[in-house]
Design a protein around this ligand. Sequence first.
Ligand code: ADP
Ligand code: MG
Length: 564
Amino acid sequence: MKIKRLPPDVAMRIAAGEVVERPVSVVKELMENSLDAGARRISVWAVQGGRVSLVVEDDGRGIDKEDLTLAVESHATSKISSLEDLEVIGTLGYRGEALSSIAAVSRLDIRSRTESSPEGGWIKAEGGQVSSQGAQNCKVGTRVQVDDLFFNLPARRKFLKTPVAEMRRISRLIQDYSVAYPEVAFALYSDDKLTYSTSGSSDRKSVLERLWGGEPEIRFSTVGRGCYTVTLWWQEAPRTSRMSLMAFVNGRRIDEPTIKAAIASSETNSSGNWAAWIETPPEEVDVNVHPAKTEVLFRHGGDLFASVRDCAMSIRGDKKPSIPYSPEPPKAPRVPVHDRGSLFTRLEPLKLAPSPRVSQVTKELPVHRELPRPEGPKDEDVAFLGQLTSGYLLFDSRGDLVIMDPHAAHERINFERIRGSMIDGARSQRLAVELPLPPSLQGDCEEHLDRLQSLGFDFSRSQGVMALSHIPDIPGGADISPLVLLRSSLVGMDGDRVVREVIWLKWATMACKASVKLTGKISPGEAMALWRGLDENTVAACPHGRPATIRMSPGDMASRFERS
Ligand code: ADP
Ligand code: MG
């Protein structure tokens, strides 16, 4: 096939589809514009989940009449003007793509007035072309109406969900933003019915109470470390393993698996509703990563991880950990060679019970003391019932049926053990036989030499060839091939930093893959070791947020059997 240049309007529609995926993306962009414009009142109307019509109206500073046509052109923004500005983004938008993208795939109508101008202006655009414009009397602020989204992209329109499902996403978005901006009064109307509103009273806790309900009591805690200030709100959710998290960095809603992992690592039970509010100087985060801008890069990921974890601990009324978290642990101590005849030596055999170092760490953290723990399983409270042919394990825990995914449980335990043993510096072990590096790895290892050494790797060199001589001593990692371990650790190298928790998660997953298989037969002793290993907690989620257990109470079962 010949290569052809796409006609500009086709290219524009394709590009627009990347910014605007569904109605909620339109609401997000418009609402962020309103917030950037300093609005104190934002109202959103959605007709049929936004498939038919969406309106966002604000009382922000407005757009000059003369600028209206420019505002719907691509890469037109008032928020940054140079590459340097990208380093310190302080607004939610900056790409100048939203209005132009929305205009390209809908019928758009903008009305706006600024304080300094006695009359406002309006503009209409259709499929990216301005069709008409004029002057109009209106109050200060901006009203953007988006009709017939994707009318000219039928393939995309087909992928929209039902109005109810699209509306649910919009509600969730507005609820999240109402938490982030308690000083702004939000109102959401679905097909002309007011479905959610906040008063703009500036009190974040009362917005959370409105969302989650006032019971159980919402707790909060703030921790500052390095360049991060982390505030967490938490509402316990007894008897469920569900963890819901909304996270914001400098007012920007983000998807941040690291924050979830940090909360999960703070305690074995992290279920419930969480809100994370992170503040950091703008130059410490790079938001310029993803077109939908929900991913960000942190310059000091380790500090952030530790702050979130400490904050999650203190929220439960516990003290801060007595072992300081060190983002760059001292260089690994060298371990003498013990060649026991195998390819490489190991210091500890694989055990399911937590290693002494881990229990030492957890003992020093008074994590469980103050909290009443209805779930706390003592051995006499639990009976292992058996293993299904599909691999899942069944337990009777004081009348509840608990189904455990042994693989997820083991992953969780491994992560805790690895974190516990690495947190005060990596331990290293010498390979009995050095492994020459394949050329594909050599460059990366040269580049990240210091960081790899800080993790417990080391290398020898002879005649220009690098060989792997030491690897980190990872609890449960006996069966991972050293080169696979090395390769996986490079995933956590980010420029000149090393994101330890990402690497630990990776190691934990590999350690599990190398040992317990979901399909393998698990003995009653191993099953109980897994149960205990979840650290007195039967509802733990694994570090990736995957639940390790599912619990059904007699009440749940009665309702499934329709017994009232
Ligand atoms: P960006 O937000 O990335 O700058 P947009 O395409 O979303 O790009 O908006 C383009 C410009 O239009 C903004 O930079 C801003 O100057 C103006 N604008 C858009 N929406 C509003 C609003 N609600 N109030 C005031 N100005 C707005
Ligand atoms: Mg914008």
